[in-house]
Design a binder for this molecule. Structure first.
Ligand SMILES: [Zn+2]
Length: 141
């Protein structure tokens, strides 16, 4: 990143409230395999017991789920619950000069006060760039 994006001298990182960390996520899906055309079928997000949350399904998902469980149930094998684990980076949060906790996510984000941050928590273009912003704290200018 070009240093010209940083309006404050280094280090311009906001105080860390919650450090970044990898978050382990676990996904479950119930796979209904077609009895004849093996390898084909439908998979639905479910919990560890295989229970599918119908309210979370799209209309097409509900239609397919009913096909697997009611309408064409004899064409599909009993569901197999497949579990997948993954790691997702949570960039954490910093304390904005306005006092609010700001969750870092994505490439750049902005607090409600107008302060911009990069994914590492460095303060970029600040609310002082907007002369109409009345919530700017001049302590951090
Ligand atoms: Zn703020």
């Amino acid at each position: 990143m070009a240093m010209t994006n940083l309006l404050r001298p280094w280090p311009s990182r906001a105080p860390v409230v919650r450090p970044g960390a990898y978050v382990v996520t676990v996904y479950h899906q119930a796979f209904y395999e077609h009895a004849v055309q093996r390898g084909r079928g439908f998979a639905f997000t479910c919990d560890a017991t295989g229970a599918v949350d119908m309210s979370a399904l799209s209309p097409a998902g509900k239609h397919n789920y009913h096909r697997c469980t009611i309408v064409d149930a004899r064409d599909y094998l009993l569901p197999v619950v497949e579990t997948t684990t993954g790691k997702v980076w949570d960039a954490g949060s910093v304390e904005c000069p306005c006092g609010a906790e700001h969750n870092l996510r994505g490439h750049t984000t902005a607090c409600a006060c107008g302060q911009h941050f990069n994914a590492s928590g460095q303060m970029l273009r600040g609310p002082e760039a907007d002369p109409t912003n009345s919530t700017f704290n001049p302590e951090f200018a």
